[in-house]
Ligand binder design. Structure first.
Ligand code: F6R
Length: 366
């Protein structure tokens, strides 16, 4: 049942091209270069009336929400915010009928997310869920359920459902952007071309999945890691750190790299390796500076870079390359090597990868 893989987590990492394909299926008109997203049954007029988007979730789904905030602002031009469902539900959140709340969850049963959705329902705001369980509480509570359809995820650490969430968030942001004429047809067509290539990009990345293993062999004995990313990839750093913490029990901290100089830089020395996510996007030069700051303090840097990036690969200690893609899709690619890194480290440390201590697949208590 593990399809020849040693663990469900590895099987599910390897299934990610299909997970992305499933999220795109019947939701994109590739010929016309348009996102249709028919399961979001709101008219263009209703979508154009959305003045604010609030994205909520927990754990990995919260990290997806933070990526989603960037996507909605960038592709739809609508103010957006992301927050942990467990914090959101205990505030008195401002919600009105022009607010669209997007609740993200693999299981659709996370108690904090479900409770937050109940609050939203009473407020009159519109409620969408992105989830992988058609019969879940989340799917029942939402006005619109965008189902991942990527098959059950058995490993406790979320992997393929994260990429599904990110794919669906791209579609949602594009659908909103088109409805309110923020995203023109040429821009939409270009983004759809990127989406069409995405499953192949992820598959290509997985062909060299074994390249990450030697890195794990060199670093599995370390006790602390720092993860750095910026902009849309800052939440990817958080997700990479979360994966490492939960399955290998190694302490890992993630920072938006611009924050490093305000404190965490004091931690850097030879014993503290840094995972840096530095694709060639608008923040590349900023990330390059941050990496230089780490190198200047004798820290090892393992970097996720765009294929062909000789400049940074010469500077860092180890590089893993991702195929070139549109900036809105880099989070999907940059996540994969971080999942594999956490996986191989946990295996080397003899941890129970699929059933990490103290964790349950769905957290139905508060
Ligand atoms: C991370 C992980 C947890 C879940 C979180 C939310 O790998 O498994 O952090 O992401 O408990 O679960 P869902 O997405 O089911 O609401």
């Amino acid at each position: 049942e593990r399809g020849g893989y040693r663990h469900f987590m590895l099987k599910e990492i390897m299934e990610q091209p299909q997970a992305v394909t499933a999220a795109l299926r019947d939701r994109v008109d590739f010929g016309r270069g348009l996102v249709t997203l028919p399961d979001l049954t709101l008219t263009d007029r209703e979508l154009a009336g959305v003045s604010r988007v609030v994205l909520i979730g927990c754990g990995t789904s919260l990290n997806a929400a933070h990526v989603g905030r960037h996507l909605v602002e960038r592709l739809a031009g609508i103010p957006a915010e992301a927050e942990s469902a467990s914090e959101f539900r205990y505030r008195e959140p401002f919600l009105d009928p022009s607010t669209l709340v997007v609740a993200i969850g693999q299981s659709g049963e996370t108690a904090d997310t479900v409770a937050a959705m109940e609050t939203v329902r009473q407020s009159g705001a519109r409620l969408v869920t992105i989830c992988n369980a058609p019969n879940s509480q989340a799917a029942r509570l939402a006005d619109h359920a965008l189902l991942m359809g990527c098959g059950v995820e058995i490993g406790v650490a979320s992997t393929k459902t994260f990429l599904s969430s990110l794919t669906l968030l791209n579609l949602l942001a594009m659908r909103l952007g088109t409805a309110r004429s923020h995203l023109g047809s040429a821009a939409s067509r270009k983004l759809v071309e990127g989406l069409a290539r995405l499953p192949g990009n992820v598959a290509q990345l997985l062909e060299s999945a074994d390249d990450v293993e030697p890195l794990a062999r060199s670093y599995y004995g370390r006790n602390n890691f720092l993860y750095l990313g910026r902009g849309i990839n800052a939440p990817v750093a958080t997700e990479g750190a979360l994966k490492l913490k939960e399955i290998s029990y190694i302490h890992a901290e993630a920072y938006a790299a611009g924050e490093m100089k305000h404190g965490p830089i004091a931690l850097i020395d030879h014993a503290m390796p840094t995972l840096a996510i530095a694709p060639q996007d608008g923040l590349y030069d900023k990330m390059a500076n941050n990496i230089q700051e780490v190198k200047a303090r004798d820290g090892d840097v393992l970097a996720v870079l765009t294929q062909g990036d000789d400049r940074l690969s010469d500077l860092v200690d180890h590089s893993v390359f991702i195929p070139e893609t549109a900036p809105n899709l880099t989070p999907l690619l940059a996540t994969v090597p971080l999942q594999l890194f956490a996986y191989h480290i946990a295996v080397r440390r003899g941890c129970d990868v699929d059933q990490p201590r103290n964790l349950a697949k769905s957290v139905t208590v508060e």
